[in-house]
Design a binder for this molecule. Structure first.
Ligand code: F6R
Length: 620
């Protein structure tokens, strides 16, 4: 998704800006650009190609400067095209539009401005000329229209006219010493260097430049100059006042992690799962609410239901956890897609624990759903999140930080299984706090959890068998995924993985639901992937498989060893190494990830950056 980098220094900051963009590249983008103050003018380069091409263009055009801003864009308003790429310049009014005064304000923006049509009409009526279809250009002109020799003041006034979400970085031709940043609804951090300061939408963009990071709060505006900065925060009674925000030492990893022997980051991340789960569970000697924060014991005593809010793959980990929470902790649990929950009328109950799940911790819909739940009086909040410095962790009372490490592939894999590990721990901690977990049960679950890395290695060893299936899947255009109970969300996740990276249309159903409609789709052309653990629903599932076979459907079954499901005509079986009780979803999802990955490779898609998608969805 969109990325911002900005800098004020005494050295040429273009290499820092471009490296920053490169570190954010993995999130997905369709155009990029950089602008600097050079020779009393605004200079910029923009491209719909990769950041490396932008780099070449910058060198060719001799673009250098001591202050500047840069951006990777993921199109929302206006097609991915050079004229829509950021930075946007304001173009002055009337005669100024054609004169050397053209290009006074340079601006980059993440987020969506909801009242951009209204502002555009107003600015056009005043003579501003628009060169793009973006909502961002509206902000550039708006700042220009309010500018009276103080950029900070102009930005303060401009943001009070904006409705929607934004993180912006702005500089002005007439003030070559400062860059102004502001945020509301989209993340922005300040990087403090030696005599130089930086802005970025993620601390990762500044890895290797500075580890001194200030996380700007909602509504903050920051004035960056050489060796100094000021932050203004929104006052509850309205207006702004100078505020101090803590500087944190953040060891952000560079997004450009080594690929090693792997072809893609997704493959690397699938194979990192034994390590990711091992790290996520490291040091856990026993189950205790303290794992989730100092106040967790009191919070757990005060709630009698759970509401999980998340998007995409993280939503499916929540759906899996519902089965655990209701069967092991006997805790009534509801799971909602964040973008739905935030806009619907619901019945709040203050005795609810709100659990958000997020890899990035910056997903706009999940953050908004959390705030919505809080505004309804549900104050007990907990997050399962992979980024300890994220807005989600800062916004929630309690947290469990998964240690999957930086996930670069857009399709989430190791973050998902690490979330499941965190959610299983939460289930056990809630069960314990309700007196539903005996010491023997605790010991048994802990033993199974500690064995997960080894069990995962055995599943990863199935890769050659999965590759053989993937070659057959590559020529298909549709696929069905079936699961029951605890494994129905895993079927959903398998279908999501296949569709997002191979572009094969895939749908998942609870196997028992087949005859209520989707069975009509089953022909010899329709591969039906089935998750067949040796659990209480196995016999029911076998009947569902018969229903598919009777209609000529081709079954591809991941079956636990002792299920007695054998390969035969129209029935392909890959045998899972061992049955894993309640933790079985963590193992069964792995061959589905591999199937999606190898099918996508066979179809030649851009596996790590699937079309139209972005990592870390910071807009609504
Ligand atoms: C799919 C995928 C997305 C994310 C979703 C939520 O592979 O990665 O569906 O799961 O955008 O993102 P986070 O977990 O960062 O909130």
């Amino acid at each position: 998704m969109c990325g911002i980098v900005g800098a004020v220094s005494q050295r040429n900051i273009v290499p820092i800006l471009l490296q920053g963009l490169q570190r954010l590249e993995y999130r997905g983008y369709d155009s990029c650009g950089v602008a600097v103050h050079q020779g009393g003018e605004l200079k910029r380069a923009r491209s719909t190609a990769r950041v490396t091409e932008l780099d070449a263009q910058v060198h060719q055009d001799g673009i250098e400067g001591f202050i500047g801003i840069a951006h990777t864009r993921w199109a929302t308003h206006g097609a991915p095209a050079v004229h829509n790429a950021h930075p946007h310049f304001s173009h002055g009014v009337g005669a100024d539009a054609q004169s050397s005064k053209a290009g006074r304000i340079a601006l980059v923006h993440n987020g969506i401005i909801e009242n951009h049509d209204e502002l555009r009409a107003e600015l056009q009526a005043r003579g501003y000329v628009f060169n793009s279809q973006t909502d961002t250009e509206v902000i550039a002109h708006l700042v220009d229209s309010l500018y009276q020799h103080d950029l900070f003041e102009a930005v303060l006034q401009a943001i009070q006219r904006l409705k929607g979400a934004y993180a912006i970085a702005v500089f002005c031709r007439e003030e070559p010493q400062r860059v102004i940043g502001a945020r509301a609804g989209s993340p922005l951090v300040l990087g403090v260097g030696q005599g130089e300061n930086f802005l970025a939408s993620d601390a990762m963009a500044l890895a290797g430049v500075t580890d001194q990071i200030v996380y700007l709060d909602e509504g903050d505006v920051v004035d960056l100059q050489q060796g100094k900065y000021w932050i203004s925060g929104r006052k509850t009674e309205g207006g702004f006042a100078r505020v101090e925000r803590p500087v944190k030492t953040v060891h952000a990893h560079s997004g450009a992690a080594e690929l090693g022997p792997y072809r893609h980051y997704m493959q690397k991340e699938i194979f990192e799962q034994p390590r990711a789960i091992g790290d996520t569970l490291e040091g856990i000697a026993g189950i205790t609410p303290d794992l989730f924060g100092d106040d967790a014991y009191r919070v757990f005593q005060s709630i009698d239901k759970v509401l999980i809010l998340a998007c995409g793959t993280s939503y499916y980990s929540g759906c899996t956890a519902k089965y655990w929470l209701e069967s092991i902790a006997k805790m009534p649990t509801q799971v909602e897609i964040a973008s739905e929950y935030r806009y619907r009328d619901s019945v709040p109950d203050p005795k609810t624990l709100i659990v958000t799940i997020s890899q990035s911790g910056e997903t706009a819909d999940t953050l908004a759903a959390l705030k919505h739940a809080r505004s309804l009086g549900m104050a007990q909040t907990l997050t399962i999140c992979n980024v300890s410095t994220s807005a989600m962790v800062r916004e929630c009372k309690l947290a469990y930080i998964t240690r999957a490490g930086v996930e670069i592939g857009v399709a989430s894999t190791k973050a998902f299984t690490s979330q499941l590990a965190g959610l299983f721990l939460l289930t056990l901690a809630l069960a314990q706090s309700r007196g539903l977990l005996s010491e023997a049960e605790e010991a048994e679950h802990l033993k199974a959890m500690r064995h997960l890395p080894v069990a995962l290695q055995a599943v990863l060893a199935l890769e050659p068998q999965v590759i053989a299936w993937a070659e057959e899947f590559a020529s298909k255009e549709n696929a069905l995924f079936l699961g029951r109970g605890l494994h129905y969300p895993i079927a959903l996740e398998g279908a999501l993985k296949l569709k997002e990276i191979s572009y094969i249309h895939a749908e998942a159903y609870p196997a028992g639901e087949l005859k209520h409609g989707p069975l009509a789709l089953v022909t010899a052309q329709m591969p039906v992937v089935t998750i067949a653990p040796n659990d209480a629903l196995l016999e029911k599932l076998k009947s569902n498989l018969q229903e598919v076979r009777a209609r000529g459907g081709e079954l591809y079954v991941f079956a636990d060893g002792d299920t007695k499901i054998e390969s035969g005509p129209g029935l392909h079986v890959i045998r899972m190494p061992e049955h894993y009780g309640p933790l079985s979803p963590i193992l069964h999802v792995v061959p589905l990830q591999l199937l999606a990955y190898h099918t996508a490779c066979a179809r030649g898609t851009d596996v790590d950056k699937p079309r139209n998608l972005a990592k870390s969805v910071t807009v609504e």
